[in-house]
Design a protein around this ligand. Structure first.
Ligand code: FMN
Length: 453
């Protein structure tokens, strides 16, 4: 019996996200990313479509690799301007009951103490519907914004992340014992000092001597997401991640990376079933096939090739403005986002990508495939993709916000439900309980080893 497919909507607190240029499309509301209503309406739509979560990407810094400056990003709204994703969550949680929120937060520029507090706060306010996409950054401009000359070396970032996680687990799991917040009016004691512990950490990168500010929240450690499948990235995911976002130039590469990840999880002593893998897909679905094709064609008319190349230059670290349009892109070891550079160079040995290919392929939905069709055609394509990749779920990018997600809720979801491939209702409980049937991380996950009491 094929499994139910998990759906995340994929967005960013910016115009266009992976489809630069759409802010000019009269049907698109992503240009109103700075209005709360855009997000609360979106959350309601997603919950109507029984989406498991809204996954919000984020980036620290600007895409200034293309043309050696920020002009391309500014002209094309290539993930600039961008607002803080965390600030959106409380309002969206207020208008929903079940939708989960996977929020990207870069650990390189925030202390573990502050990050742990922010996620605990959101875990309380969402009643356990918060996840953290753990990232370390890939833009030199983000490093320069924090007083460095450039990115910290690739593998060093992952080593720092390893220690950072340990500090966070100590705060989330080890500082407050269960029941420490006694809130006993009879004795006048809010929290029992004997059951709240000071965390002392002395490591290579971090030092801390503190009590976690927040009392225990429903999940304590947020649901942990990760993306990035270089060797170091895979090792990190194998130890920590509960959900991984895998990208690739085609289904076969994604399938291989998915299998490698599951094998790495098993090698780390964890059950591979404790990892859900998501891949990127854009679905343009409508009442009829012709209508869906028209919508897609319209989105392509508003696409911005320079915007797409600006994003790809930032991801890969290659200034594609200096390349001829028909020049092939080749792999060079860079400190940034190796998975993306792999995707358009050596991941698929049968395919050579030119700059023109990138501009055309990434016009809508970036490197991910685009499915266009009526309910039946789109559902067939989604089922085929699931079969060929072996992933558990999809991070669904939008062409036009919120139209892409409204159409998925109205057309694709009912068709997948009819086929037994999509839930008919939410189950109750936290984000982790919905995926794994438990609120908290369990041994052998390292977080469980830091539990107090
Ligand atoms: C599909 C995918 C989505 C990602 N989303 C983000 C993001 O929203 N913000 C971010 O800073 N990094 C993001 N990254 C970058 C990774 O977190 C990581 O820094 C990068 O992939 C470098 O690691 P790698 O060399 O292991 O790929 C993403 C990576 C992938 C593959």
């Amino acid at each position: 019996m094929p499994r139910e497919i998990l759906f995340n909507a994929f967005a960013m607190n910016t115009a266009g996200h992976l489809s630069p240029g759409q802010w000019r499309n009269p049907r698109d509301r992503s240009g109103a990313y700075n209005r709360l209503r855009t997000w609360t309406d979106l959350a309601v739509t997603l919950e109507r479509g029984l989406f498991d979560g809204l996954f919000i990407a984020d980036v620290i810094g600007v895409y200034d690799v293309y043309g050696s400056g920020p002009a391309g990003a500014l002209r094309n709204a290539a993930q600039l301007p961008i607002n803080d994703p965390m600030m959106l969550v409380s309002a969206m949680a207020h208008v929903t009951q079940h939708l989960g929120f996977g929020v990207t937060a870069n650990l390189t520029w925030t202390s573990p103490f502050l990050l742990a507090r922010a996620f605990s706060t959101l875990d309380h306010l969402t009643e356990g519907r918060i996840g953290w996409n753990i990232v370390t950054g890939y833009l030199d401009s983000g490093a320069r914004a924090h007083g460095l000359n450039g990115l910290i070396a690739h593998d060093d970032r992952y080593a720092m992340a390893e220690e950072y996680m340990e500090v966070c687990y100590k705060l989330w799991e080890g500082s407050w014992e269960d029941g420490a917040a006694v809130r006993d009016p009879a004795t006048g004691v809010f929290a029992d000092p004997a059951r709240v512990h000071t965390i002392k950490h002395e490591g290579k990168h971090y030092r801390l001597d503190a009590i976690h500010s927040c009392e225990p929240s429903p999940q304590r450690t947020p649901l942990l997401y990760q993306a990035g499948t270089s060797a170091a990235g895979r090792g990190f995911a194998a130890r920590h991640a509960e959900c991984v976002f895998v990208s690739g130039p085609n289904a076969e590469v994604i399938q291989r990376r998915t299998q490698e990840l599951r094998a790495a999880v098993a090698e780390a002593g964890r059950d591979p079933a404790d990892l859900k893998v998501f891949s990127l897909l854009t679905v343009v679905v409508a009442g009829t096939h012709t209508e869906a094709e028209d919508r897609h064609a319209e989105a392509l008319r508003y696409a911005s090739p320079e915007g797409s190349l600006t994003l790809m230059a930032g991801w890969t670290g290659l200034d594609l403005s200096g390349y001829a349009l028909d020049q092939e892109i080749r792999y060079i070891e860079k400190e940034g986002y190796r998975t993306m550079l792999e995707n358009i160079t050596r991941a698929d040995p049968d395919r050579a990508w030119t700059v023109r290919d990138v501009a055309e392929h990434c016009a809508v939905g970036a490197i991910g495939p685009v499915v266009v069709g009526d309910a039946k055609g789109a559902a067939d394509a989604v089922e085929d993709w699931m079969e060929r990749t072996g992933v558990d779920g999809l991070n669904l990018a939008y062409a036009v916000l919120p139209e892409t997600f409204e159409a998925i809720a109205d057309h694709l979801v009912p068709e997948l439900q009819r086929r037994g491939r999509y839930k008919d209702a939410y189950t109750s409980g936290t984000m982790r309980a919905k995926l794994y049937g438990r609120d908290r991380l369990q041994a052998p996950h390292p977080a469980a080893g830091f539990r107090a009491g």
